[in-house]
Design a protein around this ligand. Structure first.
Ligand code: ADP
Length: 626
């Protein structure tokens, strides 16, 4: 067994700075893996725009000094330089931005592809775990609502841009602090001295950092509490919006039972809860924004006072003051952006953390590596050895000490009442679950050791809850294997589905259902026959039919029985049913009762033995005859 949902670090508090950036950097790495140009291009754009801003500040300050000193020729040159600077950088930034415009869509799309790729790579049992399903639904819905990888990249760019602003403006202010006053009188003179102004500036910076961190921690905690309390609501809402409103089968039931009001009311209640959550989140963001503005304006005021003292004491010119004022303004804004972007990242990391956890989810079971021997003679011997099984999270055993060998190329029927464990027996055989105890073997080797994909190729199965897709008929039948029309027609013929397809407007190319294209609707019986054709097309050595006639009319059922021998010719077949009469044509019958095999033999032998099988047969015969 493996640890399933990995991703969170031990002892790391969700929403803490380290947790936020661990998740953030891991996601940035994933973005980089999609297109290695995305992040460098964003960084280039940031550097260009900073060069434009600070170059502009420098030239403007020089221009003011030139005008104040009446050096008009120099002022004209500086004005020309300013214009050229804006033009060149403006064009360069535009070109870079144009390059990464399409990339945003790419990273938006890749998020959904990653989710699905990962989902497909997990074994069935892991995917059935409600916690895993919840992680997929939750990260998908939340990233739809609050922005996913694109917003994360945007916020990191904001932070990077702002850090550069802070470093540049700090170095400019340090330079300002170092300038010596010409007229050093009174309190202003003391304030404007290099040492005093440096100390003052450092004190303001430290004070601001401490205050900002406290604000961050306080609001992180609040946001986390609200977010945690909210998870279930989004999942319920997602279920209503995606699984109920968009599902034609549900639409039918809702109309028949008049459930409209109930469904709408449930949606309304969850929507209100969701809206309340949004309002509370926005309120927290507003409060955090206000607190941060207060902190940064404290810094801006202190720094302006410092710069003013430098001008009044003659340490710097008026032109230089404008440069510093500009830098200080950038500093204040940048600090505010760093803090607010961190707030956004914190929010993103909460649900994208779930996404990463899902990507780190490991399958419970090994995929195995031994290749399955390809045998034209179909000599595959399958055996259950002392197999017991309970479903994950349940304690009650559904299969109890099952022992049996499946006869090669034989026609086996598995019968028993509903809930006796027949389908579970098949699911274990197909390796959708692993036995809780005991083992299943193929030619004497534990099936877990075989390569999973190769092992599954041995089976063509029609489950009770078979599923067809809104694809063309041929894709439903070939199910990923190469299209060979003659073979498709043969499978359709064997499954008695030829006439169904013949009346479709585009034959094999006709789409099923109306979800994707304007396809055709088919009856339950027709769908079951197509599912049967899909199982036969796979040309697997073992064909399994789980209650295959449940949705068929008696005539179609009789035809399937008549065809059955031909259909499974040369293969091992397993036929599951709770209808005793439907397995008379099988040469070997296993009877399940309450998770155990209670009898096995031919119809005649079991009937003569007068046990469970005979009792069920008689009871059903009376029912069907009656
Ligand atoms: P049968 O095919 O004979 O009608 P099943 O094998 O489908 O019976 O079911 C046997 C028992 O296992 C039933 O009690 C059923 O409720 C339970 N069961 C089936 N599928 C699951 C599942 N995915 N999780 C938990 N219990 C299940």
């Amino acid at each position: 067994m493996h640890k399933r949902l990995k991703g969170k670090r031990d002892g790391e508090r969700a929403g803490s700075l380290s947790a936020v950036h661990r998740i953030g950097f891991e996601l940035l790495k994933k973005i980089h893996s999609v297109d290695s140009a995305i992040i460098p291009l964003h960084l280039l754009e940031i550097c260009l725009s900073l060069a434009e801003i600070y170059g502009g500040l420098f030239l403007t300050a020089e221009l003011i000094d030139a005008l104040l000193g009446a050096s008009f020729e120099r002022a004209a040159r500086l004005a020309g330089g300013l214009l050229l600077l804006n033009l060149c950088f403006g064009v360069a930034i535009h070109l870079v931005k144009r390059r990464f415009r399409g990339m945003k869509n790419k990273i938006w799309l890749i998020f959904y592809i990653w989710l699905r790729e990962k989902a497909f790579s997990l074994d069935y049992e892991t995917m059935e775990d409600p916690k895993v399903a919840e992680k997929i639904l939750f990260s998908e819905r939340t990233s739809d609502m609050y922005g996913g990888l694109g917003v994360l990249l945007y916020q990191y760019c904001n932070i990077f841009r702002s850090i550069l602003h802070v470093l540049l403006s700090i170095s400019m202010v340090v330079y300002l602090c170092l300038s010596k006053p010409v007229r050093a009188e009174g309190i202003l003179g003391v304030l404007a001295s290099p040492l005093a102004s440096l100390l003052l500036f450092a004190a303001v910076l430290v004070g601001m950092a401490v205050l900002s961190f406290r604000v961050f921690c306080r609001f992180a905690q609040k946001q986390k509490e609200i977010f945690d309390a909210h998870t279930g609501v989004e999942n319920k809402l997602g279920y209503f919006l995606m699984q109920i409103y968009g599902n034609p089968k549900a639409a039918k039931i809702i109309r028949i039972y008049g459930m409209e009001e109930m469904v709408l009311e449930n949606t309304r209640i969850n929507q209100e809860k969701s809206m309340a959550y949004f309002r509370r989140m926005c309120e927290i963001e507003r409060q955090e924004g206000d607190a941060n503005k207060l902190v940064s304006s404290f810094f801006t005021v202190a720094s302006y006072l410092l710069a003013a003292a430098k001008v009044v004491t003659g340490a710097v010119t008026v032109g230089a003051f404008t440069r510093y004022a500009g830098a200080l303004n950038q500093f204040g804004n940048a600090c505010f952006t760093i803090i607010s972007s961190h707030g956004e990242l914190r929010k993103i990391s909460t649900y994208m953390g779930d996404f990463l956890e899902f990507l780190h989810t490991e399958s419970i079971h090994e995929k195995g590596s031994i290749p399955v021997e390809k045998r034209d003679d179909g000599e595959y011997e399958l055996a259950f050895e002392n197999v017991s099984f309970h479903y994950p999270g349940k304690e009650e055993l559904v299969l109890k000490d099952v022992n049996c060998k499946l006869r090669i190329r034989g026609k086996l029927a598995v019968v028993g009442r509903n809930g006796a464990g027949k389908t579970t027996f098949i699911k274990l055989l197909c390796r959708l679950y692993e036995p809780t105890q005991g083992r299943i073997t193929l030619n004497g080797i534990d099936i877990r050791k075989y390569d999973e994909e190769e092992y599954r190729r041995l089976f063509g199965v029609v489950f009770q809850d078979f599923k067809l897709f809104a694809f063309p008929v041929w894709e439903n039948i070939t199910a990923g294997f190469e299209r060979r029309d003659e073979r498709i027609r043969e499978a359709l013929r064997q499954a008695d589905a030829e006439a169904t397809v013949a009346k479709m407007p585009q034959g094999l190319d006709t789409f099923l259902y109306k979800n994707v294209e304007d396809g055709v609707e088919i009856s339950g019986g027709e769908a079951q026959k197509l599912a049967l054709a899909r199982a036969l097309y796979k040309d697997a050595p073992v064909v399994i039919l789980d209650e295959p006639t449940a949705a068929l009319d008696p005539k179609a059922e009789a035809e399937i029985y008549a065809h059955f021998n031909k259909m499974v010719e040369g293969r091992t077949s397993i036929y599951i049913s709770h209808r005793m009469s439907s397995c008379r044509f099988c040469d070997d019958i296993i009877v399940f009762e309450d998770g155990r095999i209670v009898e096995r033999g031919s119809h005649e032998a079991l009937f003569a033995a007068g046990g469970s099988y005979a009792r069920m047969w008689n009871a059903q015969a009376r029912y069907y005859e009656g």
